[in-house]
Unconditional design. Structure first.
Length: 291
């Protein structure tokens, strides 16, 4: 069954961008759409199961749009890897929303996507009706960022999607005890693609360059002023129980700072939680249903 439509739009600099558009066949078409922004090296397929659950809900279906940033998924690679940054990616999100005719929506930001939402709140707050921050906040932990840097730098090229799933479970299984073998296979299908007959990660390898350029001997910058603007809207902050990127202390501070912030822990998951997982999805949907 086909649940989504691939749509392509030019970025402000002309680079081709792709989104998956999940349109419900019935329901209230006036409800705000759900706009999903993936992590650093991830793509729109990360949200497929989540988007199907929302767009095909028998009671309250919603339109869901999932983004491929430049250099990921079906979006074109950028000749200048310096353009893989949150400011330009935020600009791209705004441009695609305008092309889709979306003036306001509820955003779901996983990791990198949540950082983009902090920038969006500071530049175009009118776009945002509410936010789900998935394992990300205004302050991130250096050790977790180093994990991502090392993982991207050493990612193997599996022979098959099945071996890719086994590799992901071997690497991340200790922080995701809640996942099943089927979950790992779905994750492999989202992360990897086939190019020139080889199973490869579905992103520009130069994305890792920016992580290798970080000086971890210095404190990482924070986004607390931008978060204060973001938290003027309803926020659901999700933390993976075993996350090394997003600390429990940061989650507590976010919830204490604003009454608009609801905190949820994804038990048995690390960075970044699968939002469609049965232990987490009902909490996320209950939040979304209020918006």
């Amino acid at each position: 069954m086909i649940y989504s439509t691939s749509r392509f739009f030019p970025a402000p600099d002309g680079l081709q961008l792709h989104v998956r558009d999940y349109q419900p066949v019935r329901g209230d078409k006036t409800r705000l759409p759900i706009l999903c922004l993936p992590g650093l090296s991830r793509n729109a397929r990360d949200f497929h199961q989540f988007a199907v659950l929302l767009s095909q809900d028998p009671v309250s279906p919603r339109r869901v749009v999932a983004f491929d940033y430049r250099g990921r998924g079906f979006s074109a690679y950028d000749a200048n890897p310096a353009n893989y940054n949150v400011a330009i990616e935020c600009r791209d999100v705004i441009a695609v929303c305008a092309a889709l005719g979306i003036a306001r929506g509820v955003f779901v930001g996983t990791s990198r996507g949540g950082l983009i939402l902090h920038i969006l709140a500071a530049t175009q707050p009118g776009f945002i009706a509410g936010v789900v921050l998935n394992d990300i906040g205004p302050e991130i932990e250096a050790e977790g960022l180093k994990d991502i840097r090392d993982y991207l730098g050493k990612r193997a090229q599996p022979a098959t999607f099945g071996s890719a799933a086994v590799g992901l479970e071997d690497l991340h299984g200790s922080t995701f005890p809640a996942l099943t073998r089927a979950d790992w296979r779905e994750m492999a299908d989202a992360i990897y693609t086939v190019k020139d007959g080889q199973v490869v990660a579905d992103h520009d390898p130069r994305l890792a360059d920016q992580l290798h350029a970080i000086d971890f001997s210095k404190p990482l910058p924070t986004l607390w002023p931008q978060f204060d603007l973001l938290a003027e809207k309803p926020v659901l902050a999700v933390r993976g129980e075993h996350s090394r990127l997003f600390s429990a202390d940061t989650l507590s501070r976010m919830a204490a700072q604003r009454p608009t912030v609801q905190a949820v822990v994804a038990e048995g998951q690390g960075h970044a939680p699968l939002l469609h997982h049965p232990g987490l999805f009902p909490k996320v949907k209950a939040f979304l249903d209020r918006l």
